[in-house]
Every structure is written in C-alpha cells, then in structure tokens.
Write a protein that binds this ligand. Structure first.
Ligand code: ZN
Length: 233
C-alpha cells in the first residue's frame, strides 16, 4: 500500500472518531438542557403555589375586613333607629351609605380573589403535569442515550484499534510530531493536498514539496504544520 492510501485512511479514521466523540459529548449536554427544563417547570409550580398562598391570605384578610364592616353597619343601623336629631340621623345615614359602598367593593374584591384561587389551583395542576412530562422526557432521553452510548463506545474502541494499525505508516520523529498534532487538533492534525494546496491552510506547496509528497515522503505543512497527504483516488 502507498503512503497516500495509508494517510488517506488515517485521516478518514480520525474523522470518524471525531464524529463518534461528538455524539458521545452530546449526551451529557442534552441531559443538562433537559434538567434545566425540568427545573424551570418546578420553579413555575412553586411560584404559582406561592401566589396561591398569598391570594388566600389576602382573601382571608378581606373576609375579616368584611366582617368588621358588617358589624359596624349593624351598629350604625341600630344607632340610626335611635337617632335623637335630624343632624345625627343625616350623619349616620351618610356613614352607612359610605360603608355600604365600601362593603360592595370589598365583596367584589373577595370574589375576584376566589376566582384567582380557583384559576391558580387549575394552573398548578397543569404546571405539575408539565413537571411530570419534562421529567419523563429527560428520563427517556437518558435511557435512549445510554443505549446509543454502548454502541458508540464500541465504535470508538474499534476506531482506536484501527487507528493504531493505520499509524504504522509513521515512525520516529514523524510519529512523535503526528502524536502531538493529534493531541492538539484531533482529526485536523491531517490535511489533504488538492491542486497543490494544503487544504488545512490553503497555502500552496513548493514544487519541491509536491515532488516529495508524490514520491511518498511524510511531509508536514510548512505553514500550518499539519501532516499532509495526497488523497488516494
Ligand atoms: Zn497547511
């Protein structure tokens, strides 16, 4: 086999390994994203529960105000019946009218509060449903990914074994240099040469470099440092 064939294969294997590792890295990222969705759904539930509690407290307070106002009205009406003068009567009538109006406002507010309590209770049920749904989604994703990961790790191991064999084309300083490049750039450690140009950096090779490359010499790009190869047809 020619160096060109070996290096083309080496680069192809590195590309496949990168794809497999990208897929393996996607799992934890996607899981984290789903955990965030669950956390947001839970926050939504607790915000609504807090709002429900506050609305109930406020409704209770207004209920107490209403009771106080009602007993005050009973008291005022009693006094009205015993008014000793027209002036006193008019004053009491005025107070009663004002309190009756205030009572109507309060009753409306209490009704509004009770409506809100009702609505919030329904909202909480659906928000809790969303928590459950997002948790199921997360669990299903993790199970799906874990199953896929078994296969991906198998492919990764096979690729690493194939790479080790393919690397036999390199030795000595070239091998050491290649390993450093792979360590730093992964699949980008290699670049094919197309039309006399390094596809890693798009700098042209010198005529002498082209001759060396075509004669099967191991050559690193003098511009970007990548291990270059003429792609096998
Ligand atoms: Zn280059």
């Amino acid at each position: 086999m020619s160096v060109s064939v070996d290096l083309t294969e080496l680069h192809r294997l590195h590309g496949l390994l990168r794809d497999v590792r990208d897929e393996l890295a996607r799992g934890p990222r996607q899981t984290k994203a789903r955990e965030l969705v669950v956390a947001n759904a839970k926050t939504d539930v607790s915000n609504k529960q807090e709002e429900l509690q506050q609305t109930r407290l406020s409704a209770d307070r207004k209920g107490l105000e209403l009771k106080t106002l009602e007993s005050k009205l009973t008291d005022l009406r009693g006094k009205l019946n015993q008014a000793s003068s027209n002036r006193e009567y008019d004053i009491l009538r005025g107070q009663i009218e004002a309190d009756v109006a205030a009572k109507a406002v309060l009753e409306d507010e209490i009704l509004e509060h009770l409506d809100r309590v009702d609505r919030l209770q329904k909202d909480i049920v659906s928000a809790q449903g969303r928590v459950q749904q997002t948790e199921q989604d997360k669990t299903a994703y993790i199970a799906e990914f874990n199953a896929a990961a078994v296969e991906l790790r198998g492919r990764e191991a096979n690729l690493l074994a194939a790479l080790q064999k393919a690397e036999a084309v390199l030795s000595g300083d070239n091998l050491a240099k290649y390993r450093r490049l792979v360590e730093a750039h992964g699949a980008d450690a290699l670049a094919s040469v197309e039309n006399g140009v390094c596809t890693g950096c798009y700098v042209s090779l010198t005529p002498q470099q082209r001759v060396l490359l075509n004669s099967g010499q191991i050559l690193f790009c003098s511009s970007c440092g990548r291990l270059m190869y003429a792609p096998a047809q």
